[in-house]
Ligand binder design. Structure first.
Ligand code: PLP
Ligand code: COI
Length: 337
């Protein structure tokens, strides 16, 4: 077996042994199939290729200090994938098929689940695509659901070190009442140009404003936004952001820590009032922010060069539950065996 340098893993594709697949044909999902191929053989007129009938998910499995493998909140990812499927008229994957596929994909690739000490994890990527041929703008009648996995390190190369975000008003990620709450490929295509510009200029991600009024904070590239103000955890309420499972978990952990939680529109100027801010998501975990640069107003908001103390507490609690070193009082993890 090739040896993996677990500690220096970044967030990127790497080949593992197997993936699992199920086809939706004639109105029903088929048995899960195991494949060792990285390729798909699909029709050139598949709706996923032309009209964006495509949704994906992202979740992680962690090897605990006790050696056990825990998957974090997979039922929430199953539900969100059904929400995305409804949003763009695809066949919904039943929760039982989703969770069976996650377990199978993890177990078949168990040798790629990073060791506890590395701080790395196994990223699980479910994918749902329209495979039926259609040239009129209509939903497909055939779909493929599959899951592949890969060992990953931090999404932002800085890991838990604070990074800079940028606000650009000339780009939007998703429209209010559009597809922003669905985890569909089109939203990510829409973010590529602005994301590239942000990276070229030394920022880790774009902090998008709401597309209608350009007044409120939406989300940060591939992650939700949160701010800490005295004893409050504040996060945007918006019809154009992805309902993040990490954010949902942090809201609960903040309440457990005795903090107040507010989900409401956050005007961009309120950035001046936060003690700490961060980006949160499965890939990003918690990524603390040290500066937001508003490129149009040439204005900057500065936070500490070190992660804030509430962000550290939330991060440690969340990671502890994921690695099994903190009690999982909310029943968020499933042990895979
Ligand atoms: N927002 C966007 C646009 C994302 O792609 C992600 C990643 O999944 C998130 C937020 C965070 O969501 P979650 O915490 O469920 O991974
Ligand atoms: C995730 O956090 O799982 C994501 O999907 C972010 C990104 C890789 C798209």
């Amino acid at each position: 077996m090739e040896s993996i340098d677990w500690k220096s893993l970044g967030f990127g594709y790497s080949k593992t042994d197997y993936n699992v697949r199920s086809w939706f044909r004639n109105g029903a999902w088929g048995e899960l199939e195991v494949s060792d191929s990285e390729m798909l053989n699909i029709h050139m007129a598949a709706t996923s290729l032309h009209y964006g009938q495509e949704a994906f998910e992202g979740l992680k499995a962690f090897r605990g200090k006790d050696g056990k493998i825990r998957v974090f909140r997979m039922i929430e990812n199953a539900k969100r994938m059904r929400h995305s499927a409804r949003g763009i008229m695809m066949a919904e994957v039943p929760d039982s098929l989703f969770t069976e596929a996650v377990k199978k994909a993890v177990l078949l690739n168990e040798r790629f689940v990073p060791p506890y000490e590395s701080g790395a994890s196994l990223y699980i990527r479910p994918l749902l695509i329209g495979t039926g041929a259609q040239i009129g703008v209509k939903p497909a009648d055939e779909y493929l659901f599959m899951i592949f996995v890969m060992p990953v390190g931090p999404y932002f190369k800085e890991g838990f070190k604070p990074t800079d975000l940028v606000i650009y008003r000339e780009y939007d990620r998703a429209a209010p009442l559009g597809t922003g709450t669905f985890k569909v490929g089109g939203n990510y295509a829409a973010s590529l140009v602005s994301g590239h510009k942000a990276h070229e200029n030394g920022f880790s991600a774009v902090l998008y404003l709401d597309a209608k009024e350009k007044k409120y904070l939406d989300e940060c590239g591939p992650a939700n936004f949160f701010g800490i103000k005295q004893n409050k955890y504040v996060t945007p309420k918006s019809t154009s952001i992805l309902p993040s499972i990490t954010n949902m978990s942090l809201r609960q952990l903040a309440k457990d820590m005795g903090m107040e939680v507010e989900e409401r529109p956050i005007p961009a100027e309120e950035l001046a009032e936060f003690d700490e801010i961060g980006a949160c998501g499965t890939a990003a975990v918690i990524s603390p922010i040290k500066r937001v640069f508003d490129a149009d107003l040439n204005k900057e908001y500065i936070y500490g060069n070190e992660p804030g103390k509430i962000s550290v507490k939330l991060y440690e609690k969340l990671r502890g539950i994921q690695y099994g070193t903190e009690e999982d009082i909310h029943g968020w993890t499933d042990i895979i065996e």
